[in-house]
Design a protein around this ligand. Structure first.
Ligand SMILES: NC(=O)C1=CN([C@@H]2O[C@H](COP(=O)(O)OP(=O)(O)OC[C@H]3O[C@@H](n4cnc5c(N)ncnc54)[C@H](OP(=O)(O)O)[C@@H]3O)[C@@H](O)[C@H]2O)[C@H](O)CC1
Ligand SMILES: [K+]
Length: 236
């Protein structure tokens, strides 16, 4: 069996379908996406391995998933720290940031220094709308995540990887190989190049949507918001 994956275009169209015909709001989808991410971190990195989670947050919805995950992780007993250099004026992100500030979660300006006192990194910089060369201020962040010995979990895509082709052949991101990937809704084409632990999350897909986009809804167990899958997409 081969891993069934989505192109960036299909992932964006699916997102629109969920919101237009499926009647979901972006807040709802992001909350469930971020909850899935928090469960994946909890699974691979229980609190006994260290509480300090550094969350690298990008300017779009991938970053929003990271902000939601950080809130849940804080409630689980972790100590998240947020690096969020390009804040959006969008009201949704402002509310998500306020929710973290109200929990006294620190926002830092220096990613590299914060990395030195962290136990795990959550990469919520770019998702399926990333394209081209990584622009400032993110090259140094991708480089630091490529070089660190601390485990890295990527949300939906290893940031800087081409959504269709995977890791860039050279330059920033070419040696970025996160330990864990959590694909939201369904894996994107880049997942075929990923060799770490792979989870699927985003438990909001109807059978009709899965059929339209030709992927299988994973067999979530009980109240789990995530399923760990092998290289062929079958449940582990
Ligand atoms: N159905 C689902 O699975 C859901 C997934 N969610 C998450 O949403 C992201 C996709 O979110 P989107 O807002 O479309 O885009 P991204 O977060 O991937 O990135 C957009 C921002 O990134 C900037 N960008 C793009 N390329 C570069 C680059 N080369 N260098 C620097 N910055 C870049 C872009 O900037 P612009 O200047 O181009 O505007 C955007 O600001 C998906 O992956 C999931 O994680 C939803 O949360 C819920 C539903
Ligand atoms: K990411």
């Amino acid at each position: 069996m081969a891993l069934k994956t989505l192109s960036a275009k299909a992932a964006a169209a699916l997102d629109r379908d969920l919101m237009c015909t499926g009647a979901f709001s972006i807040d709802q989808l992001m909350e469930l996406a971020g909850l899935s991410v928090s469960q994946a971190v909890y699974r691979v990195h229980p609190i006994s391995k260290g509480k300090r989670i550094l969350v690298a947050v990008g300017p779009g919805n991938n970053g929003g998933d990271g902000l939601v995950a950080a809130r849940h992780l804080c409630h689980y007993g972790y100590q998240p720290t947020i690096y969020y250099p390009k804040r959006s004026n969008n009201e949704l992100y402002q509310r998500l940031a306020k929710q973290l500030e109200d929990l006294d979660i620190p926002f830092v300006d220096d990613f590299q220094t914060a990395l030195q006192s962290s136990d795990h990194v959550l990469d919520a910089v770019f998702g399926f709308s990333f394209s081209g060369e990584v622009r400032e201020p993110f090259p140094a962040v991708i480089q630091a995540m490529s070089e660190t010995k601390i485990p890295v979990t990527s949300v939906d895509a290893p940031s800087s990887w081409d959504i269709e082709e995977g890791p860039p052949k050279s330059g920033i991101g070419s040696n970025f190989h996160p330990d864990v990937l959590i694909s939201l809704t369904a894996p994107k084409h880049l997942a075929k190049h990923f060799r770490g632990r792979h989870f699927i999350g985003g438990r909001f897909v109807t059978p009709a949507i899965a059929e339209k986009y030709d992927f299988d809804v994973p067999a979530y167990e009980g109240v789990d918001q995530i399923v760990e899958v092998g290289p062929d997409g079958s449940r582990l």
